[in-house]
Ligand binder design. Sequence first.
Ligand SMILES: Cc1ncc(COP(=O)(O)O)c(C=O)c1O
Length: 434
Amino acid sequence: MNTPIVDFVKKYAHSNTVRLHMPGHKGQNVLGCEMYDITEIKGADSLFEADGIIAESENNASRLFGTKKTLYSTEGSTLCIKTMLALVRKNGVSNRILASRNSHKALIYGCAQLDIDIDWLFDENDTFSLCRCEISPEILEKRLSAYEELPCAVYVTSPDYLGNMLDIKALADVAHKFGVPLLVDNAHGAYLHFLGEKLHPMDLGADMCCDSAHKTLPVLTGGAYLHINNVKYCEKAKSMMAVFASTSPSYLILQSLDYANKLLSEDYPELLNLCVAKLNQLKSSVTSAIKTDPLKLTVKGSYAEKMRKYGIECEYQDPDFTVMMFTPCNPESDFDAVKRFFAQNTVKHLPNELKMPVPQKKMSVRQAIFADYECIDVYNAVGRICASPAVGCPPAVPVVVSGEVISSQAVEIFRYYGIKKCAVLIENSQFIHN
Ligand SMILES: Cc1ncc(COP(=O)(O)O)c(C=O)c1O
């Protein structure tokens, strides 16, 4: 597959052209990447009005993923999530979305910006984890049946930060039975289309999804895809993305996305499948490993500190789980290091006894996010209304959502996840937006 953006920039970088345009570094290398960092000069196309090399490269990505349309984002899945919301939002009516409670805060910010109210789907598991939200098609059907006026979309996260995956095909079938689009936060699953068995949400019936290419593919941080399979959303997608995006997208990230097309059309899928096989072997030797998406190794217990002593840095840990992410770019020695570590180390893990509090909503997310707030110690927050979503980052999944009352149960969860401060509305504050 060709790489029109990479080729154009490389030619320009070596052309000795006098750069009287942005960026201000003028291609002088300090970090080493500046000569390839350009702006929308003649021939470079423009991300939100693409009809040249960027359009060609995005079409390559769309063919690779087998979608109706694939757009690039240089601002992560965060930008794609807001774009999906803008596309499903109906004009002139009040909008609601039915979303899984483990949603990343990008959903909440997007809903606040677009004045969309959120109804939550809760985890159907007995044991509590902030990151997880298992949803069965039966529960989704029950929830959708209860609406007099259907939500503008169903929104779920799969894989989640721990690597749990939902039955996207079954959920899509239910949503479509009601004529509601299914949006999937697939930030952690760009690679799922390239496995022997295709597990990507776009292969399983989702209308749209976001992929953080940078999380699981060899792409620079910030590189992401918005995939669309419902033709209804294709036409407006670019202009809706532009509403939320910078007018200076990074050409370094665009080149990285462009080059990923070449890798993915050549031997990368084979390397990916080899990596999954190696990781499966490793997983079978780690007794505390839980079932996850194919590129994650998640174990029960908190191992990050111990791992650092072995020169291993994991992706995430909380009091219950430690998450490690692998790709074909990890050399064999990384797998060996992790195997050795788990042969020599175990930590005790007791399941928590937390329960997700039933949220008590006082006002919309939009009203709460734009109101005046103060930051206080979580212990003093019981009974106050949450302003900005109270999250630890990662995983950026809120314990309490803006507009909800903070309960004593929620404070216990804050404490469990090490969150010490939260933003609460100043009592009697004037809303900036209603
Ligand atoms: C589940 C999930 N969704 C969305 C995002 C946002 O992705 P990005 O950082 O690409 O904007 C993240 C980031 O960690 C995430 O974990």
